[in-house]
Design a binder for this molecule. Sequence first.
Ligand code: HOZ
Length: 425
Amino acid sequence: MSVSSELFAKALKLIPGGVNSPVRAFRSVGGAPFFVTRADGATLTTADGRELIDFVCTWGPAILGHNHPVIREAIRTALDRGTSFGTPNPLEVEMAELITQFVPSIEKVRMCNSGTEATMSAIRLARGFTGRDKIIKFSGCYHGHSDSLLIKAGSGALTHGNPDSAGVPASFAQETIVLPFNDAPAVESAFAAHPGQIACVILEPYIGNVGFILPDRGYLQALREITARHGAVLIFDEVMTGFRLARGGVQELEGIRPDLTTLGKIIGGGLPVGAFGGRAEIMDRLAPLGPVYQAGTLSGNPLAMAAGIAGLKLLRELDPYPRLDRLGRQLRDAVLAAAQAKGLAVQVPQCGSMLSVFFTATPVRDYASALTGDAKVFGRFFSACLEGGVYLPPSAYEAWFLSTAHEGSAIDRACEVISRAIAGL
Ligand code: HOZ
């Protein structure tokens, strides 16, 4: 019996499903998850000593590769000074300065501990600011696991067949209007049907939680225009895309200023973190200035701030985005070429260091078209890649992530394994 199987057998008795986050389970791709004891650069080392080229990158944060020496050193230095203060600390100010410089729509920012907290708090803030209760979200977008947002959600909720989670009171769900992505007239109609009632529109501007999906040209601009006209808050959830697709996220690529932005992942350099920020006029409605309450014992934690600051400074110094885009294209082209040779229909939406593979002939532009992807074929593809030493997200509905550490032999080897896996399908 392998070390991973032994650990998983034990974990199943102690932890629901054996995992601390459902996306780590292999239930939709078959088999059991492996345990990792170390991660360096583009590589995970399993408890059984196998080395795998990793395209999950800890679900986004590891844009510079795992265990980056500069980030490690920053954590070490912070650790020598104490792990948590429960008072303001100078690193919080430095982090806020960096975030507001990188993302111009963010005039003020509040740190928290996860992307879920960030989106939950941003929604409350939008409601408190507008005095309205209803929110619009889009099917397939996943904004963490707070009640109002677990409706037609992507990520693990979709992978494991619970896009509408049990435990969400119907009265909460009633306040969430779910619309198809890439359909601006649907948003227009929702505002017409609920005049003066919609507090905000929240979306992943490039969806990363039902696979990777790009907006149609003009769609995000239309959302900006409609929300402004109706006095509703536009929230870009850039937990995944922030600092990953450009220093200023999708809003920089698209030239759009949302009212609020939620962040996480990269700004923690691999430690737990989240943040939300935006127009000062809205942010100043937060306690202690305003009546919208939001708090956290570990918010702005010095270790997480140190790691995140080191990561953001490296991104500023290295400007890795053109390199990451080349890697993303190399991977996409390898998949497309292998699929063409095999006569297999695939869609591979890609931007920079995010992409995903849908086994379908239908162009993927929303939740419904994402579901036309053949999840069974994906499962076989996933297993063949793993067998060859390449770890993909264990779900047909998750984005793949690349890091600068994939450059060179890792990406070349991965492309070979992936092409062979497709040829063998
Ligand atoms: N947004 C991440 C995956 N889509 C979250 C990872 C997790 O839920 O553990």
